[in-house]
Write a protein that binds this ligand. Structure first.
Ligand code: AMP
Ligand code: MG
Length: 354
């Protein structure tokens, strides 16, 4: 299949005539059952018509994704949620008012219009109203309901630039909208509103604390930061070893001096054994490392930067053929919980405390 790749220069909301034409063409592809990758404020999405079971099948096929892993349905007007849920609790309305459009996904009971292919066989549906102008326009042109997982091959880090979408998806889908680098860099927070109290199934930019301020009590799925709880994650997708780089990744936690000393001794040894070594560090620590490849996530105190660069750096480690990767750890509070959740999954929960 030939993939049409077009550039959107304007992310600020005002589209040129040519860009409107691209977005209209992309919307038509979606309405006719095709697939289009597009930028959102979190990561790039791989979109198809959420109400068309064939489109959802094609999404699973293009990603190589297990079909029990449900898709998030994206809308571009608040009222459109009524078309796909069978019940709209007051809590949903309150958090929609507080966080939509934005990086928050709600789980609600699905209506009959949503095919089971889209929800991975579940009676619930995941809904999000993204804030990215190109995403909103595409959803409107595409018929109002776009099912979109991240636009990566299953198991790879989610793409935060169009280059990585092209790497994974060229030849597998109809069109890629290149909107440059995304803003947040980690997937949306998922909150399940079908249980009482509501429960966070995947941490993201909207934190537990922010949700608590609107809803009162909010729980977190115990599996988010641990793999030894004996429970299966409630979001089916969270059970897979997601977000993984090709090299073996280990997280090293402890006082900065000891972390640097440990990582340097390991990379020296690994190097002697013929491994190509990489370190994921921060501005404060970069100078200390001697690995073949040293990548910086940003300043330790700047979580937005760490989140935005995480998947990019994991992909760069692959690009540079690194076989052994060591990463510093981060405090798992607030937005840091989302960062550590993704990093732990990328590392298959291999953590060394020094
Ligand atoms: P992605 O498509 O990569 O953003 O991943 C979507 C995530 O949402 C996966 O972890 C899914 O398991 C989760 N998800 C989607 N729909 C539901 C649902 N109805 N119930 C629970 N989790 C869901
Ligand atoms: Mg994904």
């Amino acid at each position: 299949m030939k993939t049409d790749i077009v550039k959107l220069e304007q992310n600020a909301g005002a589209f040129s005539e040519k860009e409107e034409e691209y977005l209209r063409r992309a919307g038509k592809i979606i309405r006719e059952g095709g697939l289009v990758a597009f930028p959102t404020e979190t990561v790039y999405g791989l979109g198809g018509d959420a109400l068309n079971r064939e489109s959802s099948r094609k999404i699973y096929e293009a990603k190589g994704r297990p079909s029990d892993n449900p898709l998030i349905v994206h809308i571009c007007r608040l009222e459109d949620i009524n078309g796909i849920v069978s019940e709209l609790p007051e809590s949903a309305v309150r958090i929609a008012e507080a966080f939509w459009p934005g990086p928050l996904t709600m789980i609600l009971p699905k209506s009959d219009r949503v095919p089971f292919e889209t929800t991975g066989g579940l009676d619930t549906v995941a809904v999000r109203f993204p804030s990215h102008p190109a995403a909103q326009r595409l959803i409107a042109y595409g018929g109002g309901y776009i099912a979109a997982p991240s636009a990566n091959l299953s198991g790879r880090p989610s793409p935060t630039t169009a280059e990585y979408v092209i790497q994974d998806m060229e030849g597998r889908i109809d069109m890629i909208l290149d909107g440059g680098e995304v803003g947040i860099g980690l997937e949306s927070t998922i909150v399940d509103l079908t249980v009482e109290p509501p429960q966070i199934l995947r941490p993201g930019y909207v934190t537990q604390e922010m949700l608590c301020r609107v809803l009162g009590e909010v729980d977190t799925d115990v599996t988010i930061l641990r793999d030894d709880s004996g429970h299966a994650p409630k979001a089916p997708g969270m059970k897979y070893r997601h977000y993984a780089p090709k090299g073996e990744l280990v997280i090293v936690e402890g006082a900065p001096d000891r972390v640097a000393a440990y990582i340097n001794s390991r990379t020296a040894e690994d190097g002697l054994r013929g491994e190509r070594t990489g370190v994921i560090g921060t501005e404060e620590s970069m100078e200390r490392y001697h690995a073949h490849v040293v990548k910086c996530l940003g300043s330790r105190g700047d979580r937005d930067s760490i989140a935005r660069n995480l998947y990019l750096v994991l992909r760069q480690m692959d690009d540079e053929k690194v076989t052994k990767i060591y990463s510093e750890g981060f405090a798992a509070d607030g937005f840091g919980q989302a960062i550590m959740n993704r990093l732990l999954k990328a590392a298959g929960h291999r953590v060394v405390k020094v």
